[in-house]
Design a protein around this ligand. Sequence first.
Ligand SMILES: [Zn+2]
Length: 381
Amino acid sequence: MSTLITNIGELTTNDPDLGRLTDAALVLADGVVAWVGPASSAPAADTRVDVELRAVLPGWVDSHTHLVFAGDRTAEFAARMAGKPYTAGGIATTVNATRAASDDELSAVIARHVAEAVAQGTTYVETKTGYGLTVADEVRSARIAGEHADEVTFLGAHLVPPGADADEYVALVAGEMLDAVAPFVRWADVFCERGAFDEDQSRTVLKAAAFKGLGLRVHGNQLGEGPGVRLAVELGAASVDHCTYLSTSDIDALAGSNTIATLLPACDLSTRQSLPPARELLDAGATVALASNCNPGSSYTTSMAYCVTTAVLQMHMSVEEAVYAATRAGALALDRADIGHLAVGARADVHVLDAPSATHLAYRPGVPLTHAVWRKGERVR
Ligand SMILES: [Zn+2]
């Protein structure tokens, strides 16, 4: 079963050789891109879809979400908008609700949010544990996450559970909890932040996870400058996420490493922080990814388009940089070569915009522009 998508007005391939094509076509077969080139020379396929000069992109790669949760934090959000500051401690509210929820309830929540993301052009989703914070609840979260998300990250080090001793909890996370969760996940992550885990505690968890064979990710520099970025680079993490407050040496360290700087602007806006220094990172030579950080507390959106719009309008990224950050760079942050681009052999994850150019993502802010989506070669919208 093959599909020809033709009459593409503007095709963003994210492939260094192909670049951006006009009057283009794509053939999808067996879940991958089988052909890319000028519409006039496209081969036949079982199904032909004329997209009438619309723009086509790789599907969004959302490399940072927290979708295994229950409960609601509308009141906390409203209080914050009324002037109350954001702190890491709000996570405990979601932990209590998540522990009390049944497996079916948690499964329904993540399924609903993944479907919401796919309907907006997201074709690859990472999600994390971190609202269980007991061995049993973290294992359950990882297992349920794996039923719905493409990649799962262990975030037992999200918050020291209220009432627990921090050092005892770190030993649990880096020991028994890691052993129990590791079979269900590819990654481990730590919230290295004041009010969460300090540098030594974070290093303990990350080194134990690396020893166990997991890839590393870090939540760092969200609420102020701190050790998160430095630690992520030192330990060779695939990504350090947030990067809202960076020193010059943090920017230099990222630029000189393979660690991706994953920016989460919807979170910064929702918590009324500054926006991250995207321009400085890019100008220094760092690779910047964009992700939603969808979670019920600090960033309750699945919209990658919103992140792209914000990156362009408020963070001084070009449309091309922002689209790349939300597709190919997200794939790099997840160490995946087969997604986030549309060269022959890539996974057939295709996002058709109801617009003639990707520029409309910023030119028409807030307007829903997803026209059609293919995921692994299957039309899902
Ligand atoms: Zn996060």
